[in-house]
Write a protein that binds this ligand. Structure first.
Ligand code: ZN
Length: 657
């Protein structure tokens, strides 16, 4: 491990806090030191307050900031004097501690200080750096961990037995640090947790961290336990979507909420999931205080899988206080499922959470494998897991947190998603918290939204392999299917029956009817596995009830689609799948309606374009957005008890009312 300190870069940062920002970012750049908000840093400064009194302040990393991208605003200024008095208390509950920390801030807008704030205050050095370095975790999570740490560091580091982060840990450090620390001491190892370094300057503290971690890495390398063999396992390409969606349903059942589940079949994850000793090495307890492991019997899959929950990682601790949504960390669902055939499946209430779990577990695999090479992985005893689960700070945060978005943890597919009503459905579903898979024949669909909860797949829905490939990808990415919006369709130029050729008729029927039948058939087994029941919205047309001349193929295709949807409502009600139909009319902000066509139609009726757009009972304009919003709501609780219904969205039609 090398120091990343660079004089030119450092010169861009001014003052004690500026340099604190700089070296914090250096730590954050190395993912083997800190990941996703893990780790924290601080600096102690003296400053004059508004009334001229000098105050001793601890600037400590605040909640919700990642070291890699931290700025001065990400450090919370806390009054040292009060922190040092708190450290003298015999006991302090976590909610009390949070209250004391927040009320000791000197800037009202500062983020909540880290749960390790008191510990930072206690260490008698200006700069303090703390990481969860892989190498230190690999060594401390073994049977002989404490002995090995003593061998590596001697009097360079104070060693603290494992205690949950929070007041009790600070208290223990307050007791042990003065007794153990000597002139050679540059750091402090927290067994099964991480490592601290400290110094008089930002650079000294940072480079001591690098040096201490480097010693651990060299020790591992000397024991042939640092470099891991690169995995070369190939991944089976067979269809696994039903198996994956079944597993996701089981996991969601454990959580009592729908969950996103991402399947990772990279060589690294697959090789790990296929280790013959997997059950033994993954069921010993958490690899770090951030992680809780469980084993779960999943009867529907017919086999045991190793489950893993990064239950109360510092990431979640810090995010939970900021987030509007409760982190559902008290549920019994595993957050990682390892399976020989499926590889690594990571679970979260959102796509982002599932991705964080994947990052954390990729690192945990390294820690476990290195500790195993070192002579045997051994994590914390079960009691600590209990402590983690019932940590009152977490519970308080859960109570405080607000309601989840309507479709949190759910997955939707929209066809014809690149433009018009389809694009509006995608937007409406994303807004309501769903992960959305957009299918469209237009290649631009792939880049339509650059966000992790949207997956655009170029797909010709008239091709059965196109549909099944897309479903396979969708389920591997998000875990299953809850909502299907059948929107893709074409409206060819007017042709009377007398002039309608077979080819045009077939094209319309292929896209508007046959493709939807195939989609319904292929999605059915997945929708049946939706934790809260499957929902389908089919985009019909006002033409079904009130056809117009020159649109035989279009009107017939939409009428037949409506009829198929009604039959599906009858056939699938027992599977808790509901399907409803929207009949939009005069939605002019779609690709079908150019300004020229609009002007031509308006002229045909001898009215203005404006009036032509509002040619309905309510004299209102209907937009794609209106239709997308209604389609999303028809998949929500408002329509929970409605199936097989047809809802017009046309401003009122004199021909159908
Ligand atoms: Zn920590």
């Amino acid at each position: 491990m090398q120091s990343l300190w660079n004089e030119q870069e450092a010169a861009l940062f001014q003052g004690d806090l500026g340099l604190r920002v700089y070296t914090s970012r250096l730590l954050g750049r190395d993912k083997s030191l800190v990941l996703h908000g893990g780790g924290n840093t601080s600096v102690k400064v003296r400053a004059r307050n508004l009334v001229g009194d000098e105050e001793h302040l601890l600037y400590v990393k605040g909640s919700g900031w990642d070291l890699e991208f931290i700025e001065e605003a990400g450090f919370s200024p806390v009054r040292m004097a009060h922190l040092l008095k708190l450290a003298q208390l015999k006991a302090l509950s976590d909610p009390q501690m949070v209250n004391e920390l927040v009320t000791s801030l000197t800037r009202a807008s500062a983020p909540a200080p880290s749960v390790e704030t008191i510990l930072h205050a206690l260490l008698p050095h200006k700069y303090v750096d703390h990481t969860h370095a892989d190498a230190v975790l690999s060594i401390t999570n073994t049977v002989d961990g404490p002995k090995r740490i003593a061998e590596i560091y001697g009097n360079q580091a104070v060693v603290i037995p494992y205690v949950m982060p929070g007041f009790d840990l600070a208290r223990l450090c307050a007791e042990l640090f003065p007794v153990q620390a000597g002139p050679q001491t540059t750091g402090m190892v927290l067994l099964n947790h991480g490592i601290f370094s400290f110094g008089a300057t930002a650079r000294e503290s940072y480079e001591r961290m690098i040096h201490l971690v480097d010693l651990a890495e060299r020790y591992l390398a000397g024991k042939k336990a640092w470099h891991l063999a690169s995995a070369t396992t190939s991944v089976p390409a067979s269809s696994q979507r039903i198996e994956i969606a079944t597993l996701r349903r089981e996991v969601s059942k454990c959580a009592a909420l729908p969950m996103i589940m991402a399947t990772h079949q990279n060589a690294r994850a697959t090789a790990f999931a296929r280790r013959p000793d997997l059950a033994r090495i993954t069921q010993q307890g958490p690899a770090t205080p951030d992680h809780v492991i469980r084993t779960k019997r999943l009867p529907m899959l017919g086999r045991d899988v190793a489950g893993y929950a990064p239950a109360y990682g510092e990431y979640f601790k810090q995010q939970a206080s900021m987030a509007k949504e409760p982190k559902t960390m008290l549920d019994a669902a595993p957050r990682v499922v390892l399976d020989r055939d499926l590889g690594m499946c990571t679970v979260g209430r959102s796509v982002k959470d599932a991705a964080i779990v994947a990052d954390l577990y990729h690192r945990t695999m390294d820690v476990i494998e290195r500790a195993t090479l070192l002579g045997g992985y051994q994590a914390l005893p079960a009691k600590d897991i209990f402590d983690v689960e019932y940590w009152d700070l977490e519970q308080a945060k859960l109570r405080k947190a607000g309601a989840a978005p309507l479709f949190a943890g759910e997955v939707a597919i929209v066809t014809g998603a690149a433009s018009g009503i389809g694009a509006a459905c995608v937007a409406a579903l994303l807004k309501r918290g769903a992960a959305v898979v957009g299918l469209d024949i237009a290649p631009g669909i792939a880049g339509q939204h650059k966000r992790a909860d949207f997956l655009g797949i170029q797909c010709d829905v008239t091709s059965i392999s196109g549909i099944t490939d897309a479903l396979e990808t969708a389920v591997r990415t998000y875990g299953g299917l809850d909502i299907l919006i059948l929107n893709a369709g074409v409206f060819p130029g007017g042709a009377t029956i007398a002039t309608l050729d077979d080819k045009s008729w077939r094209t319309v029927m292929n896209i508007n009817l046959d493709a939807n039948l195939a989609l319904l058939r292929e999605c059915y087994p997945l929708l049946k596995l939706a934790p809260n029941g499957g929902r389908i919205a089919a985009i019909g047309s006002r033409n079904v009830a009130a056809p117009g001349p020159g649109a035989a193929a279009y009107s017939a295709s939409k009428a037949a689609l409506t009829q198929i949807a009604r039959v599906a409502a009858l056939e699938w009600g027992a599977d808790n799948i509901r399907i409803n139909i929207l009949h939009p009319d005069a939605v002019f902000d779609t690709a079908l309606w150019s300004a020229d066509v609009l002007a031509e139609r308006a002229a045909h009726y001898g009215i203005s374009v404006e009036n032509y757009k509002k040619r309905n009972v309510l004299k209102t304009e209907i937009t794609s957005r209106d239709v997308g919003e209604l389609a999303a709501e028809m998949c929500g609780p408002l329509f929970a008890k409605t199936t097989g219904a047809q809802v017009p969205i046309d401003g009122g039609s004199e021909r159908t009312i």
